[in-house]
Design a protein around this ligand. Sequence first.
Ligand code: C2O
Ligand code: CU
Ligand code: CU
Length: 533
Amino acid sequence: MMNIRQNRREFLRRLIASSLLVASRGSFAADMPMSHGMVRPQASPDFDPDIDLELESMPEMLQMLPGEPTRVWRYRGRVLKGGEEALGYLDGSGHLPVIRARRGQRLRIRYTNRLMEPSIVHWHGLHIEQRMDGHPMYAIGNGESFVYEFVLNNRAGTYWFHPHPHERTAFQVYMGLTGLLLLSDEEEMAAGLPSGEQDLALVLQDRSFDPDNQLRHLGRMRHDWMMGFAGDTVLVNGAVDYSKRLGRRAYRLRLFNGSNASLYRLRLSGGRPFTVIATDGGLLERPLQRDSLTLAVAERVEVWLDLSGLEPGEEVQLLAETYTPSLDNISPQQNGAALTQWGRPLARFIVDQSPAVPGSLPARLSMHGVVDRNEAVNAASPRQVVMSMMMGSGRLNGRVYGAMDEVAADEVVKLGTSEIWEFANGAAMGGGPGGRGRGGMGMMGMQMAHPMHVHNVQFRILDRIQEGGEHPVSAMLREGFVDEGLKDVVLVLPGERVRVMMSFTDHAGIYLYHCHILEHEDSGMMRNFLIQA
Ligand code: C2O
Ligand code: CU
Ligand code: CU
């Protein structure tokens, strides 16, 4: 039996240990849920939403291919307040929802999980408080609800939402749980961009179907998860053969890579260049031209496409080369139906008989403000995030994802500051012999291109530094980067160091940063960081 003194000493020891724990995790413990099953089922009476929606995640049978219907998981919603245009579905398979709202509006979403496993919705790209961010600690079980209430204070742009439960994100997104959140604002309206019927969103997602038309993801093999899922069919808005009749006028195309792991190098037929107008976080300052566009998982890019010079019946195709994260080109081998060296068109736009209405695009689209890297508190020594593949999983600074609320001492940033983060893809730890910059197997494992994502912020890309030899595919992918705008995902090529700058305003709390290859994220290439007040 312990005597009182020993007891007291033990009590003190525990007290010190637990306060150290709190200190190392920041002083945020009080606002943390007790368990990640914490549910927030009630709408708050003092929140008066402009848009009030119901949203469910549920299984459904969908006619995607000729023959047997395909079992998918989908989001389905209902507008309780805010007008019909607040919620729609993309043309295609009709199972991908689009929420439309304006900056400054108050949004309430009453989410109910009808799946037989935990899930939670993350609002990718939005700057919102921790409890609204859909962190896996908030995952809810079958039949449970979580009510989101927040003010939309992001710039106009193409944002999206997806499940973010612990270790199940890849599978749930793959099964069909993806939606878009399109925000508009006054600056965007002043730019006079094509709208309504002339504003089209295209979600690119690769899938594989079994002979019974059912979706096939990966088994349990670690190696497969490290490579990431690669499908043999690229769907656009859930459709295998996406085509659309368009008028002879200008269109706004929002291109989004909603795949699990694959990268796309996109082109337009006929050598037509892309006129790029926006990235992840909204409009660029000025339109840019690109002959090709590289779109990694979770990235969005918007282009302006003027079809007024085409004859009725003419066609513009969206063409793609598909790459896996190890930069292998998979489309020519796997796509037997290849029509061009760029493979089967992902989408076909056929011009109709309507009278030509030439479009015009303003020379200036928006104001970003300049990035001054000296405003970063760590300008002299940027925070390093070293990405590596070791012992069967991707790691960030040698760590995998731990407890739901685990934050290491070097993962704490200060509210109200700006920082530079350097994503180093295998460089600082060395790829090992043969592993550096060649995408081969080295001592530390294979080198791959990783799309890095940070929750809660939009960042600016400062620079990219290639260490050692460059993978032959990297140079081609580079041509299609749009690093000029606001971003929440950046593709970091093998052997590359990419520096980004971001500001931590408004919201203290725990947020995630991770590789957005969903199989990497699920196998632990993800960490929390704490924004400390
Ligand atoms: Cu698309 Cu952790 O997010
Ligand atoms: Cu996110
Ligand atoms: Cu990765």
